[in-house]
Design a protein around this ligand. Structure first.
Ligand SMILES: Cc1cc2nc3c(=O)[nH]c(=O)nc-3n(C[C@H](O)[C@H](O)[C@H](O)COP(=O)(O)OP(=O)(O)OC[C@H]3O[C@@H](n4cnc5c(N)ncnc54)[C@H](O)[C@@H]3O)c2cc1C
Length: 558
């Protein structure tokens, strides 16, 4: 891992993010290029690392890429991009083979790769490594990256903003919080692999790093974004007061677990003939509605997932991690139902990209959950997202880097923020309060069920928080810092405080964008459900596009 010594350092490519998208992209980029791989935490913290269920690919003789395509399109509720899904499904088997060649130890049945069935897949096509598939993939990719001479990893480094060439509008670097300073690093191209934004909701399965940074940075720089209202809510996250919402994989219901309410009644069939195995959004809404109708305080209530219908040996073999996490909270999955509730899980929308991961800003690419390639449409098919990171990451092997002259360092001067005289403490308290309030208000106004009134009120509240944020002395210092100018502090600043500032700014931006997009779309489809417009409307078979303050509809998606 590298220490970045000076500002003149430049890379051919900067990859932001060390999840499956960032790591695989870095590995696939031509090895003749110097690559800076940036992550705001350690390499081991990402949603990819937490992925449990697996990764989809048509590998069995009974399956085919065209069946995988059909299932993906059906899940996407009319908004998938056919070319992108075709590309995903056709390239899935070879990408899995490349992971196996790198050393990813997927579970096997005899000599063959073991394949499991997940909801809405018509065939067994989900490869897995027990219930810690993501960890297995990330550990292997990290080991590969560490062997590569051309890749330098910068950990504990937060990308703040894109650095556009003022003459050409081309992305030629980024600003970073590094070692408690703001620095600017140049590159001929930047790839965003910053993952999702689940932290904008009060209940989420996502890790703390999922604060929508890539989407927010790209939006501030004028990139076109797409379908930001589509968020998938996972029906079964463990709900223990004081604990994070730990995901209880879909595969648990796939193997036969029952959802029951406080009275022990199996209620999912009241809402859909497939019961617990209905699509995720249907099961999430069933739980939401059931709690609204039956619980005294629905916001704090939960239902229960009963694993006892699954044979004990199967639970032990398939779900060792879930058993362990539940044990840590004093829950024995073999003898008692566990408390669960829906939580924000996967962001289908993101930065609009083409099949080569290009965004609308020259020199800027996006891969993984931060991108909107069109493969997920309005609702993601389970286990297609890790796959997307790999299939689209592999595309970066074909990158043809334009010979561009990098921005000259206009100044090496430093602006120093006077911590001692700047009302730092009260500013930090305000910042912490915004960070605490925001996810609760987004959950209430743009959660599982939305409507005009609550969306409008959510937008108004976010605008108030945005004003408070802008007034902070730290905001005034950092927002006014000219491009290329280093920012530093007159005494030691805990880097967590600077991170809190950067992430809160991004969360405010994505909260606003999600609310605006959800208000714009006056129908229900996939991961977006409007109580005031509960039907899917053919005229709305369009993408929501956003650029700066403009929100508009694409042409009809055929
Ligand atoms: C609990 C859980 C289980 C899941 N299970 C599955 C599954 O079984 N199958 C499946 O296909 N999908 C699953 N998903 C979804 C899938 O894991 C993600 O969609 C996918 O891993 C996203 O990968 P990514 O590389 O785009 O982002 P991530 O893996 O989230 O990586 C993002 C990286 O960007 C870094 N980063 C972010 N912002 C900045 C910044 N400003 N500066 C520097 N670094 C930054 C982060 O530190 C991190 O390294 C699951 C998700 C969760 C949360």
């Amino acid at each position: 891992m590298t220490q970045l010594q000076n500002l003149s350092q430049a890379f051919d490519i900067l990859v932001v993010g060390a999840g499956a998208a960032g790591l695989y992209t870095a590995l696939c980029l031509p090895s003749t290029l110097s690559v800076g791989l940036i992550t705001k935490d350690t390499v081991s913290l990402s949603a990819s690392d937490w992925a449990q269920g697996g990764i989809a690919a048509a590998m069995s003789p009974e399956d085919s890429p065209s069946l995988h395509l059909e299932d993906t399109i059906a899940a996407g509720a009319g908004l998938c991009d056919l070319a992108a899904v075709t590309f995903l499904a056709q390239n899935a088997p070879s990408c899995i083979q490349s992971l196996v060649n790198m050393g990813v130890a997927f579970d096997r049945q005899g000599e063959q790769l073991a394949l499991t069935l997940e909801a809405a897949h018509s065939r067994r096509r989900v490869l897995h490594a027990a219930d810690t598939t993501g960890k297995e993939v990330i550990t292997t990719l990290t080991a590969q990256v560490l062997q590569r001479q051309n890749i330098q990893i910068l950990q504990q480094t937060l990308a703040l903003s894109l650095w556009l060439n003022p003459q050409t509008g081309r992305c030629q670097g980024i600003s970073l919080i590094y070692n408690n300073r703001i620095i600017w690093v140049r590159a001929k191209a930047v790839v965003l692999g910053t993952g999702g934004g689940g932290q904008v909701f009060a209940h989420t399965t996502n890790p703390a790093v999922s604060t929508g940074d890539g989407v927010a940075m790209a939006w501030r720089s004028g990139a076109t974004l797409r379908d930001l209202e589509f968020f998938q809510f996972h029906p079964t996250a463990l709900t223990i007061p004081g604990a994070n919402s730990f995901l209880i994989s879909e595969a648990v219901r796939g193997e036969g677990a029952h959802l029951v309410d406080d009275t022990g009644r199996r209620f999912a069939f009241d809402y859909h003939p497939k019961g617990e195995l209905a699509p995720r959004d249907v099961v999430s809404r069933a739980i939401f509605t059931h709690l609204q109708n039956n619980a005294t305080d629905p916001a704090k209530a939960n239902v229960w997932l009963d694993l006892r219908p699954i044979p004990k040996e199967k639970i032990s073999h398939r779900f060792p991690n879930i058993i362990q996490v539940c044990q840590r909270w004093g829950l024995d999955v073999f003898s008692q139902p566990i408390p669960v509730a829906p939580a924000a899980h996967y962001w289908m929308g993101g930065i609009e990209t083409d099949l080569s991961n290009r965004t609308s800003i020259p020199g800027l690419y996006a891969v993984g959950e931060t991108a909107s390639t069109g493969v997920h449409g309005a609702n993601r098919l389970a286990s297609n997202s890790l796959l997307e990171c790999i299939v689209f990451g592999a595309q970066m092997a074909n990158l043809e880097l334009e010979e561009v002259s990098l921005i000259e360092q206009s100044s090496s001067s430093e602006s120093v923020f006077q911590l001692s005289t700047s009302g730092w403490d009260s500013g930090q308290a305000t910042l912490a309060s915004i960070r605490e309030q925001l996810p609760r208000l987004v959950w209430q106004s743009a959660g599982i069920c939305r409507e005009q009134k609550s969306l409008e009120s959510g937008i108004a509240q976010v605008e108030i928080l945005q004003k408070e944020f802008t007034k902070l002395p730290l905001s005034q210092f950092l927002l006014d810092l000219p491009a290329a100018q280093i920012g530093s502090f007159d005494k030691e600043t805990p880097h967590q405080q600077l991170y809190l500032w950067g992430e809160t700014r991004n969360l405010l931006d994505i909260a606003y964008l999600i609310l605006q997009s959800a208000l714009f779309r006056t129908e229900s489809r996939g991961g977006h459900y409007r109580q005031d417009y509960p039907q899917t409307d053919r005229d709305w078979q369009v993408h929501t596009l956003v650029k700066k303050d403009r929100v508009w509809k694409s042409q009809l998606v055929e």
